[in-house]
Each structure stands twice: as structure tokens, then as C-alpha cells.
Design a protein around this ligand. Structure first.
Ligand SMILES: [Zn+2]
Length: 465
């Protein structure tokens, strides 16, 4: 088998590199998963979708049984304790409920299940083993029921984030504690009160810090050094820097993972998402309510909207972008279903789609290839549209069973004309010219379009099925 030419941007080196797996028969990837205390927001969906695309690509390039993808579930965390107490339910109940919702959300987004989804609470023994080795090696110390990692014991600390020392100290949100020897030393283990979850350890009953969880779970399932470690850009410091410090110092290795990949930030309608700004939007709301943009959005539409921007770029998540994605996916699906005519889509994606993704996951170029197939006219059209179907499956934008469903009646709509008529109707309504407004509405409906007037004064539309 020829070596597939995959190039990935590595945060560790700040360059795009040829990807060379440690063992092509066992390509290993770890991605930081959710802390299960609340609904996942749309920003959480980005790494899940991005690394699902990479997982699919790796399986295509190296073979399905030669890739191991691990995404953890953080089910011990102080945010979990606080939320469970607030809701008056047990920690177990809260983490189980939240994880169930998360799994359903990401399935709807077209994501394959990772090979392993380890839970932090099931890897306490591995965490204790790592901490003991770090203490023995002079990289950690126990004090006052706590165990802390000694940052000065690792000269290469900061290599991933490349931050100046003073900035890292500020970023570490230093809490002044008498048991701390160095400003940047971070917690590996901390004592638990009787009401907090805790496990027996050589340092008394306690619980792990967040960073040690990922070092333990990646070690258990992928080994001391593995190929790819992924997550959102916000995790570079301190989380990933600390994971690296723990794993490298414990196992005495040059790297923890060879390639570190990070997806860019996500904002909503041009603003940073936050509960206080009122623009906090969960995957679950998007899928099941009309809260965002006045529509219930399907998982594939959310996925397509996400993939139209390169994963390293910041993304602005807007209702307008979702509407565009919805229309695009709708036309692709109709064409693909017509061409398949009830048959199953083939297995193989187009070479140019694979080539685009192999260039550091250039999803934008891959989607352009889908457009090109869609726009093929004349004799080769059916073949092109069947190929379009195969690519939709490969990219996780459609399931084989969805594509086998008969197509709904194809309604060709001039979107620009609809927008113009809607604008004219809004103007008529503003002028309280009701006969004109009604006339325009009838004209729009006659085009096979349904419209909906929203509370905020806007009008949204869709092609009637
Ligand atoms: Zn992690």
C-alpha cells in the first residue's frame, strides 16, 4: 500500500507537517471530551465534528481497523459537584443524564462513536500510579493532603503554548496556597471532604485534578506516546501544557503525542458566547427548539455550517449561515436521491475530496468538490450525483438510509426573488399597506415557499415539502 500523503498543522511546531504514524497498523488519536455537568453548547460541538472528520479520513487512509480514537468523559469535577448539589440529585445521576444527552447530540451531528470513551472515575488507579511515579522522579510533591506538579522540574514547560513565563503565571490563575512551592505548580490530587466524591490514595481520601485525568486515560488506551492529540484552542494552556508535563515527566519521553491539533474559537452572531450575554446556545436547543433563528435545525445542517469554515479559523455561528447550509444541503440531497433512486450510495469518496481533507482538513475545498459534482449537467449528471451521495456519506452529512429514501418533489426556487419579495412585503407591512402585503405573500406562496413572521420582525422562509 502506498503511504497516504496526509499533512496536518502541528501546534507544537507551528507548521504543517507530513503525518507519519508511529505504527500505520495502529494510528492513535486522543481528543479531550466533555465535562458532563450541563448541556453541551455549540462551541463544544466544533472539536467533536472536526475530529470526527479527521477520524473518518484516517480510517479511509489507513483502514477502519487500524485507527483508534479515544475521547474521554470527565465525570469528576468540582463543577459537577456544585451542579448536582444545586439540582438535588446525585453526582452519578447528573453525569449519566448529561452524558446521555451529549451522546444523542453528537450522534445527531453525524459523528461516529469513538473506539473508546473512557470515564475519569474508572481510571483513578492509573492517575495514582502516574502521580506516584512523578513524586519518585522529583516532579511532584505531596503537601497538606494535596499533590502538586513541580513546574520548575520540567525545563521544557511552555513549549506547546510558547507563552512568556509571566503570562503563564497570570494564565495559571494562581491561587495563593501555603502548600504551593512554585507559583505555577498545579494540582494533581486534592483532598475531599466527606460530602465530596473521593478515593483512597497514599495521600489520604481525595480526588484528581482535571489535567491528570487525560494523562491517565490516554496512557491506558493509547500508550506512553501516541500520534495525535486534539482539542479546542482554549485548551492549549494550561490544560494541554500540563498534560504534556505530566506524561513526559512520568514516562521520560520527548513528546506525549507527535501532533497537537487545535480548532479555532467559535462566536455566535459576531459575539463571544456567554450566559450573561444571553447568546449561549446549546446543541440540544438547536436540534429540538426554534430558539435560534426561529427554526429547528437538523444535525447535518449544523455540521455543514461548521465545516464550511476551516477548522483552525475562528467561526461566526449565525442563523444566516445555518439557513445557507440548509438550502445547500437540501439541493444536494435532492440531487443525490434522484440519482440513487432508492439504491444505496457507494462506499468510496472522490479522490479530490480525500486530497482536500488530506491537506490539513481543507473542508472548504472538499465542499467545493461537492458543488462541482452537483453542477455537472448533461450526460454524466447521474454518475456525478451518485458520487455526490458517496461524498455526503463520507463527510458524515447524510446517512445511507436517509439517501435511500425517495426524493420529495423537487421545487426549484429562485432564492433571490423570494428575498426581494419578502423585503417588499416587510416594507408594505411597515407602511400598513395590508392589501399589498397580502398580495406579495400570495405571490411567494405560489412559488412553493412557506414563510414565517418572527417575533423580532424578520421573516424566514423555506421550500414547502
Ligand atoms: Zn484533556
Amino acid at each position: 500500500m502506498p503511504t497516504p500523503s496526509l499533512r496536518l498543522y502541528n501546534t507544537l511546531t507551528r507548521t504543517k507537517e507530513d503525518f507519519v504514524p508511529i505504527d500505520a497498523a495502529n494510528v492513535r488519536m486522543y481528543v479531550c471530551g466533555p465535562t458532563v455537568y450541563d448541556y453541551a453548547h455549540i462551541g463544544n460541538a466544533r472539536p467533536v465534528i472536526v475530529f470526527d472528520v479527521l477520524y473518518r479520513l484516517l480510517r479511509h487512509l489507513y483502514g477502519e481497523s487500524h485507527v483508534k480514537y479515544v475521547r474521554n468523559i470527565t465525570d469528576v469535577d468540582d463543577k459537577i459537584n456544585a451542579r448536582a448539589a444545586e439540582r438535588g440529585i446525585s453526582i452519578r445521576e447528573l453525569t449519566e443524564q448529561t452524558n446521555e444527552i451529549f451522546q444523542a447530540d453528537v450522534k445527531a451531528l453525524g459523528c461516529l462513536e469513538p473506539d473508546v470513551q473512557p470515564r475519569a472515575t474508572e481510571h483513578i488507579a492509573e492517575m495514582i500510579a502516574i502521580i506516584e511515579r512523578l513524586i519518585a522522579g522529583g516532579h511532584a510533591y505531596a503537601a497538606d493532603g494535596h499533590v502538586l506538579f513541580s513546574v520548575p522540574s520540567m525545563p521544557e514547560y511552555g513549549r506547546l503554548s510558547r507563552r512568556p513565563l509571566d503570562e503563564m503565571i497570570a494564565g495559571a490563575r494562581v491561587d495563593v496556597a501555603p502548600y504551593k512551592k512554585g507559583d505555577m505548580d498545579f494540582v494533581l490530587w486534592k483532598p475531599s471532604s466527606a460530602s465530596e466524591p473521593g478515593w483512597d490514595s497514599p495521600w489520604g481520601r481525595g480526588r484528581p485534578g482535571w489535567h491528570i485525568e487525560c494523562s491517565a486515560m490516554s496512557w491506558k488506551h493509547l500508550g506512553e506516546v501516541f500520534d495525535i492529540h486534539g482539542g479546542g484552542i482554549d485548551l492549549v494552556f494550561p490544560h494541554h501544557e500540563n498534560e504534556i508535563a505530566q506524561s513526559r515527566c512520568c514516562f521520560d519521553t520527548q513528546v506525549m503525542a507527535n501532533v497537537w491539533m487545535h480548532n479555532g474559537f467559535l462566536q455566535v452572531e459576531g459575539e463571544k458566547m456567554s450566559k450573561s450575554a444571553g447568546n449561549f446556545v446549546t446543541i440540544n436547543e438547536l436540534l429540538h427548539t426554534e430558539r435560534f433563528g426561529g427554526h429547528v435545525w437538523s444535525g447535518p445542517v449544523l455540521r455543514l455550517a461548521m465545516l464550511r469554515t476551516h477548522y483552525r479559523q475562528p467561526i461566526d455561528f449565525t442563523a444566516k449561515a445555518l439557513e445557507e447550509a440548509r438550502r445547500k444541503l437540501d439541493t444536494w440531497m435532492r440531487a443525490a436521491r434522484l440519482a440513487l433512486d432508492g439504491e444505496a450510495a457507494s462506499q468510496a469518496p472522490s479522490d479530490d475530496v480525500v486530497a482536500a481533507l488530506s491537506d490539513d482538513l481543507n473542508t472548504h475545498a472538499a465542499l467545493t468538490s461537492l458543488d462541482r459534482l452537483f453542477n455537472t449537467a448533461g450526460e454524466g449528471q447521474d454518475d456525478a450525483h451518485r458520487q455526490l451521495a458517496a461524498n455526503l456519506v463520507f463527510l458524515g452529512l447524510a446517512s445511507r438510509s436517509e439517501l435511500k429514501k425517495p426524493h420529495v418533489e423537487f421545487v426549484s426556487v429562485d432564492a433571490d426573488k423570494v428575498e426581494t419579495l419578502i423585503a417588499a412585503r416587510l416594507a408594505a407591512r411597515a407602511a400598513k399597506n395590508w392589501p399589498e402585503s397580502d398580495r406579495l405573500r400570495d405571490e411567494i406562496v405560489a412559488m412553493g415557499v412557506t414563510i414565517k413572521d418572527n417575533k423580532d420582525g424578520t421573516t424566514t422562509w423555506e421550500v414547502k415539502r
